[in-house]
Design a binder for this molecule. Structure first.
Ligand SMILES: [Cu+2]
Length: 653
């Protein structure tokens, strides 16, 4: 309803303008032409930026080019993807293992590019999963999910996984407070006594990118919503917004909106690590999974780990402080120098901006306004740098350009508002269509934002596109911010909910892109490096097919001697060593997806044939002019039959 009203208003306004100048068609055409030119990337030319957008409840990440808005790839992360065999092949299934068993879906929200010296370095992309708390690392050489770590003792891993200035740590919190440690059976009515928030620091190995859980910090039972690590002057700190300071455990829409102010939690992560190293922590023993892709084996190995270190701020002074923040804040963002921390109080009529310098002074001079669960609350007036007044309705998230401006998304009034750091005055605003959540400026959370565009990530597209039934696409909008006034250039549909996105200069990533996996470096247990070595091996009722593929045949392509009751493993190695020549594999009746096998890679499909017969198999990825000839047969006999095991290629012709 609101959107329609708004559209009507905009149309009315537009027709007044058009009526006044009487040049309707020329003006519109000129405007459209300029915008089209600004986003046109000619065939064969590259975009300037990569943009990585989360798919929200699709559990995946999609990769777009900017300014064109062209979709290049969907990277499967937390959800099975039948197109690529991700989460279906034997090698990738372990990536989706958790302490709850195999979890084939996830809710992915915040892609975060790794950083060196506070700037995007193009090495990895991290992303959180809310529902079964996890963090994934995508390797930007291969655009594949290389690692997933589960975050134990946590509920709703939403404020996650923003990284510190040199990606020393990822910082994660829990939107839902839960009984800590995990898996305790307590009455929900004992929320205030038995539940806790939890902040986790996850160490990232500088060479390999491998993640490990360093320490978990106990926090009061609020809802922790968003976070950002500091940089520059604030590089040792990280900041979380929290709502539900009322500590309600039911009907939160009313009961968690009582207090005029909730909080920003400021965490000195460096000090937390010092306490950890000094042993001032307790042990917890909640099981959690850590899954790592071993690239030379083309295999994910899942490990169940058991130990965590818990830091209690009551026993470790100086690690955490609260700053009061107007009402039910959502986003929290840090300016390029690290000096200003700005919150999005979604029920507040202004945007509070905090000064890091003032925060440190307030801590030193003990300018406290009481405490919560032993954590000092700093006085609002002692830490506030300024307030952006009357920005719009429902401020959520802010990113920054390279000219000293902040850009804040307004969910309720569907707009982006540009304001000046230091004077806090609103200088421009532009409508978005509609209900913008996050926004993204290329490298806009780094020390050196690229500041050419802002991308609005919108939830609703009613009346923007051709209708597609009850569910409509969600969308991103590309807005030029290089001039004084923001200018809408393009809107494009997205895959899933574009919850948040990060973008960076294309040259950070494209020069390192992997083209093939070298066959000689393939150490998969079931690799077959030449056709001659292809074979079929029976071990009881397990059958292992060592198969190769190359344009345009499989070896072997005739197999007999399989029996009903056998479990058949198709281990297929793609012998190609050319860029962009994958082969696919599917066999009739398989209760599984296809395999999609990259050059030099080995993938395995598990198959349990249920009835005797002859089953065709074939290549599913159009690979050559003779792709349709890339096929074979496997014969399955009754359990009591004596069909000998044999395999062949080009025999008897
Ligand atoms: Cu093929």
């Amino acid at each position: 309803m609101r959107s329609t009203g708004k559209i009507a208003l905009i149309f009315a306004f537009a027709s007044v303008l058009i009526g006044a100048c009487g040049e309707k068609e020329t003006n519109l055409a000129a405007g459209a032409g300029n915008a089209a030119d600004a986003v046109y990337v000619a065939p064969g030319k590259y975009d300037d930026f990569y943009m990585f957008a989360s798919g929200g409840f699709s559990g995946q990440v999609s990769v777009y080019g900017l300014p064109s808005g062209r979709l290049f790839r969907v990277i499967p992360v937390f959800s099975q993807d039948a197109e690529k065999g991700y989460g279906y092949s034997e090698e990738t299934k372990p990536m989706l293992m958790t302490s709850h068993g195999f979890v084939p879906w996830g809710d992915a929200h915040h892609p975060v590019l790794s950083k060196t010296g506070g700037n995007a370095d193009g090495r990895w992309l991290f992303i959180n999963e809310n529902n079964t708390p996890r963090i994934a690392r995508i390797d930007l050489k291969t655009f594949k999910t290389a690692e997933i770590i589960e975050i134990p003792n946590s509920g709703g891993n939403h404020p996650s996984p923003y990284c510190t200035e040199n990606t020393e740590y990822l910082v994660a919190g829990g939107r839902f407070s839960v009984p800590v440690p995990d898996n305790r059976d307590v009455p929900i009515s004992t929320y205030k006594e038995n539940f806790n928030g939890l902040i986790s620091l996850i160490k990232v190995d500088d060479k390999t990118g491998n993640m490990s859980l360093a320490v978990q910090i106990l926090a009061p039972p609020f809802d922790y919503d968003k976070n950002r690590a500091g940089k520059g002057v604030s590089k040792d700190w990280t900041f979380f917004t929290c709502y539900n300071s009322e500590q309600a455990n039911t009907m939160l829409e009313a009961n968690a909106s009582q207090n005029d102010k909730d909080f920003i939690l400021a965490v000195n992560w460096k000090k937390a690590i010092e306490y950890l190293e000094a042993g001032k922590v307790k042990d917890m023993n909640t099981p959690y999974c850590h899954n790592v892709l071993q690239e030379d084996k083309h295999l994910v190995v899942s490990e169940l780990l058991k130990n965590q270190k818990l830091l209690d701020p009551k026993e470790c002074p100086g690690v955490v402080y609260f700053m009061p923040c107007p009402k039910s804040p959502h986003g929290v963002d840090v300016s390029p120098t690290g000096e200003f921390i700005c919150a999005g109080g979604k029920l507040a009529a202004m945007i509070p901006v905090y000064s890091f310098e003032k925060m440190i002074k307030a801590i030193d001079s003990k300018a406290f306004d009481g405490e919560v669960n032993g954590i000092p609350v700093l006085k609002y007036d002692a830490v506030i740098a300024g307030e952006v007044q009357k920005p719009g309705l429902g401020p959520l998230h802010t990113e920054f350009d390279d000219q000293g401006y902040g850009y804040t998304s307004m969910f309720l009034s569907s707009e982006i508002v540009k304001w000046k750091l230091g004077t806090w005055e609103v200088v421009d605003r532009i409508p978005t269509y509609y209900s913008i959540g996050h926004l993204c400026i290329p490298e806009g959370d780094s020390k050196n934002p690229k500041g050419k565009y802002v991308i609005a990530l919108n939830k609703i597209t009613k009346d923007r596109y051709l209708p597609t039934g009850p569910e409509l696409t969600q969308s991103a909008q590309l807005i030029d911010i290089s001039g004084e006034k923001m200018k809408l250039l393009l809107d494009f549909p997205t895959v899933g909910e574009p919850h948040y996105a990060q973008a960076c200069a294309a040259d950070l990533i494209m020069k390192n892109s992997t083209k093939i996996y070298k066959l000689e470096e393939n150490h998969h247990e079931y690799v077959t490096k030449t056709e001659k070595e292809s074979k079929v091996v029976r071990k009881g009722n397990e059958v292992h097919i060592y198969m190769t593929c190359i344009r345009s045949h499989f070896s072997p392509d005739n197999i007999e001697g399989i029996k009903v009751g056998d479990v058949v493993y198709w281990h297929i190695t793609n012998l190609e060593q050319d860029w962009d020549i994958p082969h696919g594999f599917a066999v009739k009746g398989a209760g599984n997806s296809e395999l999609l096998i990259m050059p030099g890679e080995t993938s395995t499909l598990r198959w349990e044939p249920k009835t005797p017969g002859v089953y065709p198999f074939y290549c599913t990825d159009f690979c050559s002019a003779l792709h349709q000839e890339m096929q074979g047969y496997i014969r399955v006999s009754d359990q009591s039959a004596n069909t000998p095991l044999k395999w062949s290629l080009n025999e008897g012709q």
